[in-house]
Write a protein that binds this ligand. Structure first.
Ligand code: SF4
Length: 368
C-alpha cells in the first residue's frame, strides 16, 4: 500500500468524509494494509481531537444480577448460570462513597451501572436524587447505564445533571435475535434517540466477536456515526463462565487493532474506548490500542476482572500518554499498590469473575 493510502485515510476522516464500504472492509481484512502505518493514520486523527490524553473510566455496579433479560453474553442475565455476587441497588451512602473513591482514584467521570430492563418511574426519581447529591459533592461527570429508557425518564435524569447515558447497541440488527430475545435492536436504538432528544450525551458501543459479519460491524460503526455518539466503548467478547453465548470468532490482536482504527476513522471526534477484553485479546500489542483509542477502563468490567489498576496506569505512562485527571499520573502511580487482581491465578487458570470486595469497595472499607 502506498503512503498516500494512509494519508488519505487521515485526511478524509479529519474532513468528515465518510469512508466508503469497500475501503472500510479492507481495513479489517486486507493484510496488504500494514498495521503500523494504519495505527499511525488513526493516531493522527485521535491526536487532533484528544491530544495524548487518555480518559480513564471506573465502573460501579450499583446493582448486580437479578436481571429479567436474557442477553446470552451477560453474566447477570436470567438465563446465566454464574457464580456472581447478586445484590439489589446499593444504598445511597455506599454509592456516594464509591463516587468519592473514584474521584480520589483520578477518574473525571463516574459510571453507575444498574442491571435490569430499565428503571421504573420511582427508580428514575431515586436516581435523579442520587445524581444531584454526587454532583453537589464531587466535580465528576456522571454516566448512567440503566437499560431501556423513554424520553420522559431521560429528561428527569438530564434535569438532575446527568451528563451521559450509556446503552450499547452491542451487535447488528440482523444478529440481535441471536444474542437476546427479551428486547430488540430497535428498543435499544429508541433508547439512544430518547437520551439524545433529552439533551444527554450518548455513550454506545458494541461487543465484537458475537457472530456479527465484518459488514455488520461496519454497519454498527456507521449507525453510531449517524447518532453522533460522543462515547463509543468497543468491547471484545469475553466468554464468562456460566453464560450461554459461545465464542465463534478468533479475535487476534491484529484484528482488534484494525477494528479500533476503523471506529476512529468513522467516528473521528468520539471518545473511543478500548473496553472489555483489552487485557485478553491485544496481548503483547496492548499499548498500541492507545493510538486509535483514547479511553480505557481502569480496573475491569461489570463482573469480569481487568488488568491491575497499576498495570493500566503504567502502560499509559510508558507509552508516553497522559490521563485526564486532577491527580497527576505519576502521583496516582505512587498511590497504587500491587494487588492480587491478576487475570490468571497461581495454578494458571483464568480468574475472571470479580469478588464481593471488588464489586463493593466502599462497603468493604466501612466493614474494615
Ligand atoms: S446486558 Fe443488561 S439487560 Fe442484558 S442481561 Fe445483562 S444486565 Fe440485563
Amino acid at each position: 500500500m502506498t503512503p498516500d493510502f494512509y494519508t488519505d485515510l487521515t485526511t478524509d476522516s479529519l474532513n468528515g468524509k465518510l469512508l466508503d464500504g469497500a475501503t472500510s472492509l479492507r481495513i479489517l481484512e486486507d493484510q496488504d494494509i500494514d498495521l503500523f502505518p494504519l495505527l499511525n493514520a488513526a493516531y493522527t486523527v485521535r491526536k487532533e481531537y484528544w491530544g495524548k490524553e487518555v480518559q480513564i473510566h471506573i465502573l460501579n455496579n450499583a446493582q448486580n444480577g437479578h436481571c429479567p433479560e436474557d442477553c446470552s453474553y451477560c453474566s447477570q442475565a436470567k438465563t446465566a448460570d454464574t457464580d456472581i455476587e447478586s445484590y439489589r441497588m446499593k444504598p445511597d451512602a455506599e454509592i456516594l462513597d464509591e463516587a468519592r473513591l473514584a474521584y480520589e482514584s483520578g477518574a473525571h467521570r463516574y459510571c453507575m451501572v444498574f442491571a435490569g430492563r430499565g428503571p421504573s418511574d420511582k427508580r428514575t426519581a431515586h436516581l435523579a436524587g442520587l445524581i444531584r447529591k454526587i454532583k453537589s459533592r464531587y466535580p465528576l461527570e456522571i454516566c448512567v447505564s440503566a437499560g431501556l429508557l423513554d424520553e420522559d425518564k431521560a429528561r428527569v435524569l438530564a434535569e438532575a445533571g446527568l451528563n451521559r447515558f450509556n446503552h450499547n447497541l452491542n451487535t447488528s440488527e440482523r444478529n440481535y435475535p441471536n444474542i437476546c430475545t427479551t428486547h430488540t435492536y430497535s428498543d435499544r436504538l429508541d433508547t439512544l434517540k430518547a437520551a439524545r432528544n433529552s439533551g444527554l450525551q450518548v455513550c454506545s458501543g458494541l461487543i465484537v466477536g458475537m457472530g456479527e459479519t465484518r459488514a455488520e460491524l461496519l454497519e454498527v460503526a456507521n449507525t453510531l456515526r449517524e447518532l453522533n455518539a460522543e462515547s463509543i466503548p468497543v468491547n471484545f467478547f469475553l466468554p464468562l463462565p456460566g453464560t450461554e453465548l459461545e465464542p465463534t470468532q478468533d479475535l487476534t490482536p491484529d484484528y482488534c487493532l484494525r477494528v479500533l482504527c476503523l471506529f476512529r476513522f468513522l467516528n473521528p471526534k468520539a471518545e473511543i474506548r478500548a473496553a472489555a477484553g483489552r487485557e485478553v485479546y491485544f496481548r503483547s500489542l496492548e499499548p498500541m490500542c492507545l493510538y486509535p483509542a483514547n479511553s480505557v477502563f481502569l480496573q475491569g468490567y461489570l463482573n469480569a476482572r481487568g488488568g491491575e489498576r497499576k498495570q493500566t496506569l503504567q502502560m499509559i505512562l510508558d507509552a508516553g500518554f497522559t490521563i485526564k485527571s486532577e491527580v497527576p499520573l505519576e502521583e496516582l502511580m505512587e498511590r497504587e499498590k500491587s494487588q492480587a487482581n491478576q487475570l490468571v491465578d497461581s495454578k494458571g487458570r483464568l480468574n475472571v469473575l470479580k469478588t464481593e470486595s471488588e464489586l463493593r469497595p466502599a462497603r468493604n472499607l466501612v466493614d474494615a
